[in-house]
Design a protein around this ligand. Structure first.
Ligand code: FHN
Length: 586
């Protein structure tokens, strides 16, 4: 039985390899005839879109994750597998599928108002049921339901009408097609894992391949789908080569189409885009990617799943993903009657309001030129004359001072996005000190727009993770050395009450080449003499020596390799007190 947090199939490497940042990404298998230029041209609208709607809708939606009174604790669209519902019982679901409230215009407009630019709907999930009147040999399709209408056709038309790109999800594995079967034990029982690994009957693969190709051709011909979004590439009988061949075939039918990497094997193939699922990579990837996320813990409608992510969390997810150069495909699971559940609609409306004000910082932007920023994320827009940086401040500074470290370019202007008037700022070397209101103007997430001269020229980041310790600590709690490494200017380390000198040490755990340090002493300007030191050959050696810190100081010095570094306050007017101390790799 799958575990709700980490289903078995998610832990066998389906997802993880798409998660690796550039340095450790799995090798990309090229599809030679797709030149980089043609790939980029085809992907232009998609790259600029940044935000789309995923729709999981099918026969399973009628049951909302409950079968004979039993509630699933896994994805609702997997109900057939979870309760091992026999085919003869499951087929009756088609007689119950009558989503009378389904209104394609309403769904598309809900997506559009949320700021989404495209939509992908499950035309055939793992249960094999086709949500359109397919002409291929199967009665397992929408015409067999009381609803009868061409739901996919209606949605495709509404997308065209409202200027939203249209995409179709298609599961390679099929629990219904006669070419495949579910392995059962001697007692005739099957586990979710058996459903996960469907088997192919000897000699029937060609037949199924022809079926898939013909169905995909229908989706292109009848609905002019812009994206084919494959899934269930994990089945043992599906190979990388077959996937690549299918990819080529589809592109020959519609050269401008966009196909996700699950057409082949998601861990080995990255065209046209990678698909991390319910996970966001740590940093940018070396290929186009789209993270798909659920709003609660199920893709299909699950009546008893109330673990909704908040609107603020979803906004931040979109921002986080954009700052790493990816797209967000945010899921909704309409109920059996065809309506999107209320909590999803509310969240989409909130996202829409935020995007209305701040969409400029998302659509068509490039990934952040910075490494990790301690207070939030950045997106960028480059132009021949300069660049715009959008600073998304997750952790608003209580003292009204926002520090952007590591920007070498001149800053031309700074303003709160969507507000009149400029913010004042100061530039000290590569440090930008911005004066911002004491309170975040937008409780969901506020954005600061910086116009800079030239393309971003950034001092290598990010700050290194390390363990902080100190020569002494103020007796009352809340003044520990770790406070100087929490990324917040509102907290601080203080030495013991009688100290007039002391040091704050960072242990990086591994020898690291360090060339920059950032120190903040805003609370009181007490330091009169200090040194930045590193431990080498049994001695503390000096990398930098200075007098007053008096505010924020960004130190750049010839790189030194060591495991331990310290800020040594040699002389202070009163108890040494430091808000932030961080090191940056060279
Ligand atoms: O098993 C499916 C699941 O039901 C859902 O469709 C997600 C969406 O990406 N894909 C599969 C798991 O990878």
């Amino acid at each position: 039985m799958f575990n709700m947090i980490k289903p078995a199939f998610l832990s066998i490497g389906l997802i993880s390899s798409t998660m690796h940042p550039v340095a450790s990404a799995a090798p990309v298998t090229p599809v030679s005839e797709d030149s980089q230029e043609s790939h980029q041209a085809r992907m232009k609208w998609w790259n600029e879109a940044r935000f789309g709607m995923f729709i999981h809708f099918g026969l399973y939606s009628v049951h909302g994750g409950v079968w004979n009174g039993k509630k699933t604790n896994f994805y609702a669209e997997w109900i057939q597998a979870t309760f091992d519902i026999k085919l003869e019982d499951y087929v009756h679901l088609s007689k119950k599928f009558n989503p009378n409230e389904f209104n394609a215009d309403d769904i598309v407009l809900t997506a559009k108002k949320a700021g989404m630019k495209y939509l992908v709907i499950t035309t055939k999930h793992h249960d094999g049921f086709c949500l359109w009147p397919t002409q291929q040999q199967t009665d397992w399709n929408i015409t067999a339901t009381p609803f009868k209408r061409d739901l996919i056709g209606e949605l495709a038309a509404a997308c065209k009408k409202h200027g939203i790109r249209f995409g179709t999800y298609y599961s390679i594995s099929d629990w219904h097609h006669p070419s495949q079967y579910i392995h059962r034990d001697a007692k005739g029982r099957a586990t979710e894992d058996s459903y996960f690994q469907t088997r192919m009957h000897e000699g029937r693969k060609a037949e199924y391949l022809a079926y898939m190709k013909a169905q995909i051709a229908e989706l292109i011909k009848n609905y002019d789908t812009d994206i084919i979004w494959f899934d269930a590439d994990w089945v043992g009988w599906w190979t990388l080569e077959e996937g690549q061949e299918l990819y080529r075939y589809i592109r020959s039918l519609k050269p401008s189409i966009i196909i996700n990497n699950r057409v082949a094997k998601r861990n080995k193939f990255k065209f046209d885009f990678g698909t991390p699922e319910n996970e966001t990579p740590e940093s940018t990837l070396d290929h186009a990617w789209e993270a798909c996320w659920t709003m609660n813990n199920s893709w299909g409608y699950k009546s008893h799943d109330n673990s909704w992510k908040s609107s603020q969390e979803l906004v931040r997810k979109l921002v986080d993903i954009s700052s790493k150069g990816g797209n967000l495909l945010l899921n909704v699971g309409p109920r059996g009657d065809g309506l999107i559940p209320g909590p999803s609609v509310e969240r989409l409306a909130d996202l829409g309001k935020w995007m209305e004000r701040n969409g400029e910082s998302i659509y068509g932007t490039a990934a952040s030129p910075f490494g990790k920023l301690r207070w939030g994320r950045c997106t960028a827009r480059n132009s021949p004359s300069g660049a715009t940086l959008y600073l998304h401040v997750f952790d608003w500074p209580k003292d009204g001072k926002l520090v952007l470290p590591g920007l070498k370019n001149a800053v031309l202007s700074a303003q709160l996005l969507g507000k009149d008037g400029n913010l004042t700022f100061d530039k000290q070397g590569s440090l930008v000190l911005l004066q911002v209101p004491d309170q975040a103007p937008d409780p969901t997430l506020s954005v600061i727009k910086l116009e800079i001269q030239g393309s971003p020229d950034i001092v290598p980041m990010p700050s290194l993770p390390g363990k902080l310790s100190a020569s002494s600590t103020w007796s009352a709690p809340g003044h520990e050395p770790s406070m100087a490494g929490d990324g917040k200017l509102s907290t601080r380390w203080s030495a013991a009450a009688t100290a007039k000198q002391g040091h704050l040490e960072i242990d990086l755990e591994n020898e690291t080449s360090v060339g920059n340090a950032f120190i903040v002493e805003n609370y009181a300007h007490r330091t009169e003499e200090f040194a930045l030191e590193y431990w080498q050959d049994g001695l503390w050696k000096e990398a930098w020596r200075g007098t007053k810190i008096a505010g924020e100081k960004w130190l750049s010095f010839p790189p030194v390799k060591a495991k331990k570094f310290r800020l040594n306050i040699l002389k202070a007017k009163d108890v040494p007190t430091i808000e932030e101390f961080s090191l940056y790799a060279h």
